[in-house]
Structure formats: structure tokens, C-alpha cells
Design a protein around this ligand. Structure first.
Ligand code: EPU
Length: 356
């Protein structure tokens, strides 16, 4: 297996932060993954799995062996009266895969259009947007245990999905072939993911931005393609395109609080944006909390808060000259935001991306 040394990672992370991988191996197939684990030296090295680099902040050169997942392929696996089961290689671009499913006549992923990253990364943080989370469309995945080299398959329950969370983000013990998947952080190399797309298709509506599109267009029964186009238009209007402005999507999770905590926050500011969840808890809009602390447009060095959506931190400097925000600047800004939101509302925001 070819291991490249001192590989620039700027084009492999959507923040476009300048950093290097001391060593990087490209995993283009399951055979590459097996080859990696058969090599006595590579097998023992600490590893970091990199998908599309859309959810990572690099604060320096990366010392663990970087596994750049490039496994391709997409196909219909089976069809029942109630679902299309569709599979994609972990290295497929997420948005291209969503567009392909629609072209093939397998709708169901349209609300998740234009999310940066790869198919393999999608279950790790249980991506979600406009009323749909990955877990709502997930069937199963194949992965390789990076300690034993054994392949295994997980269903949705074993992935233990939560809001922007899964078994792949948690540390802890794991037993192959059992349900004891407490944590698989830095342990699993996801190879392929299968999705269960429900039949008959039904539009997921009810999200404020989508409702606005329905009103504007006068179309109350959108097709999957219309929803896809609306979601793309909504995202393009308020979220920066990582190809143009480096960013990692929402930088913080939307916090969940109790009714009592929410009442306390409403007393501090009655305009606080909040949503009631089915379990009685309340979700707050982190973007609103940050915005109301006056952060929109502010910067630390070349790291800044996006002008149109305060939940997104951006790299203001990454141009063709190859310089821009450092991971340290991004984290200094993130910590300053956390402190001011905590001081004003008593809420500690939790970052979404992995900090390396
Ligand atoms: N808001 C502000 N100011 C801001 C940003 C937001 O007042 O600067 C308010 C908005 O007006 C709105 C509320 O906050 O009332 C929520 O904003 P928005 O609809 O943009 O959604 P969000 O909660 O900020 C979440 C996801 C996004 C996803 C959208 C749409 C998280 C952490 N983020 O954002 O996901 O696209 O909903 O479903 O849950 C991502 O994870 O990278 C991501 C982009």
C-alpha cells in the first residue's frame, strides 16, 4: 500500500486550513482497507479517517496516519413494496449521491441536498436538515474495525443515532458481532452505506424556510425535485459555499434545555427562538443566541462569523495565496463565542466539528 508523506491537507478540509498529514493512505476499495490492516507497521499506527473534511478543524499538522476514503460506487440493492434500498461507497460525494437518487427515481433524500461531505461521513454526525435526519433514511452500513481488521455491518439501532451524534463519535468498548456498540470513535472505517427510501414517497414539509417557498411559488404539493431545488436555493442564500468561503457548516449544535431553563432565558430575552420537542424538552436556535450577542461579521484574525448565519464560522483568508485562518484562530473565536453566550444566557454551546 502506498503511503504518501507530508501531504498538504488544505484542499482536503472545507475550512481550507493550511496543515499537513505526516502520512496519508488513500483507501479506494475494501481491498485497500484489508491491505492496510495486513501491513504490520500501518496496522499499529494511530489513524484518523478523513471523508470530505467538512466537519473538522485542523489546529496543526496531523500526526496519526490519515485514511483518505475514496471508495466509490452507487446502486440499487433491492426493492420491496415499502422501500428502495440504495447503497453508496463511503467516498461518494454526498450531494452528488442525493442528486443521483432523484435522477434514478428513488426520492427521499431531497431535504438533505447540498450538505457538504461524503456518504461515509453522513452517519457519523447523523446529518440533518429541513425536517429530515439521516437516521430517518438509514438502513445499514459496512465498516472495518481498525483494531482487528475485521469487517462488520451495523443496523440503525447499533449506530445509536442522536442529534448530530452516533456511536462513531463516542469512545468506549465494542464487541464485533454483538449489540454492545458503546463507542466506535477512531475505531471504524466506514466502507459502504445503505439507505432505505420509503415508498410511496411523501414530501417532508413544515419547516419555516420550506413553507415560505411554498407560499412564494403557490405550489402546495411539491415534487421531490422541487423540494431538492428549494433546499438548494435556501442553502445557497444563507450558507457559504465551501468552494468559495472555507467553513464547516454549523459550528455549534442547537442546545436542548428544560422548560424551566427556557423560561429563565425568555426572562433574559423574550425574543429567543425556541422549538418544543416531542419529549417535552426545548431546542434553542444557537444561531440566534450567537447573533443576539452581536457576533455576526466579527473576526479573530482570519477566522470570522458569517454575516448571513451566525452559526457558521468561516475562513476569510483562504485564497489562491494559500494562507488564511489557522485552526487556532477558529478555536479562539469559537471559545470567545461560547463565553459570551454563556455569560448572557447561561448556555454552554457544544461545537459540532472534530477538532484535531
Ligand atoms: N437565526 C438568527 N440569526 C442567525 C442564525 C439563525 O436569528 O444568525 C435564527 C433564524 O432566523 C431561525 C433560527 O435561528 O429562526 C434557526 O435558523 P436556521 O433555520 O438557519 O437553522 P439552524 O438551527 O441555524 C439547523 C442545522 C443546519 C440545517 C438547518 C436547516 C444545526 C446545528 N444546524 O440550523 O445544519 O441546515 O437547521 O434544517 O442543527 C449543519 O449542521 O452544518 C447545518 C447547516
Amino acid at each position: 500500500m502506498l503511503v504518501e508523506k507530508n501531504v498538504p491537507l488544505q484542499s482536503f478540509n472545507t475550512f481550507h486550513i493550511v496543515a499537513k498529514a505526516h502520512a496519508l493512505a488513500r483507501i479506494g476499495s475494501e481491498a485497500d482497507a484489508l491491505g492496510l490492516m495486513a501491513d504490520p507497521v500501518l496496522r499499529e499506527m494511530p489513524k484518523f479517517v478523513l471523508g470530505g473534511g467538512s466537519n473538522v478543524v485542523l489546529t496543526g499538522d496531523v500526526k496519526p496516519l490519515v485514511l483518505k476514503v475514496e471508495i466509490k460506487g452507487r446502486c440499487l440493492v433491492s426493492e420491496t413494496a415499502k422501500t428502495f434500498i440504495v447503497e453508496a461507497g463511503a467516498g461518494e460525494n454526498w450531494h452528488d449521491f442525493v442528486a443521483w437518487t432523484l435522477e434514478q427515481g428513488y426520492p427521499g433524500l431531497e431535504n438533505l441536498a447540498l450538505i457538504p461531505g461524503t456518504v461515509g461521513a453522513s452517519p457519523v454526525q447523523n446529518i440533518g436538515a429541513y425536517g429530515v435526519e439521516l437516521q430517518d433514511r438509514f438502513d445499514s452500513l459496512d465498516a472495518m474495525d481498525l483494531q482487528t481488521g475485521k469487517a462488520f455491518t451495523l443496523n440503525a439501532a447499533q449506530c445509536a443515532f442522536g442529534y448530530r451524534d452516533s456511536v462513531f463519535k463516542r469512545g468506549g468498548a465494542f464487541k464485533v458481532g454483538t449489540h454492545q456498540t458503546i463507542g466506535l470513535k477512531d475505531r471504524a472505517l466506514i466502507l459502504r452505506v445503505r439507505f432505505a427510501l420509503p415508498k410511496p414517497w411523501k414530501a417532508v414539509l413544515g419547516y419555516a424556510d420550506i413553507d415560505k417557498k411554498m407560499l412564494e411559488s403557490g405550489c402546495t404539493q411539491p415534487t421531490a425535485q422541487q423540494l431538492f431545488d428549494w433546499v438548494c436555493a435556501i442553502r445557497r442564500a444563507k450558507l457559504p459555499d465551501p468552494a468559495v468561503i472555507g467553513n464547516a457548516g454549523s459550528f455549534f449544535k442547537n442546545p436542548t434545555v428544560s422548560i424551566e431553563q427556557c423560561a429563565d432565558i425568555i426572562a433574559r430575552d423574550p425574543k429567543v427562538v425556541h422549538y418544543h420537542l416531542d419529549d417535552g424538552a426545548i431546542k434553542l436556535a444557537a444561531g440566534w443566541l450567537i447573533d443576539s450577542c452581536g457576533w455576526k461579521g466579527k473576526s479573530v484574525g482570519q477566522a470570522g462569523v458569517y454575516e448571513k448565519q451566525a452559526l457558521v464560522l468561516v475562513n476569510r483568508g483562504a485564497g489562491s495565496d494559500g494562507v488564511g485562518a489557522t485552526g487556532g484562530e477558529v478555536m479562539t473565536l469559537a471559545k470567545a463565542i461560547q463565553t459570551s453566550v454563556y455569560e448572557r444566557f447561561g448556555i454552554l454551546l457544544e461545537p459540532e466539528p472534530v477538532v484535531l
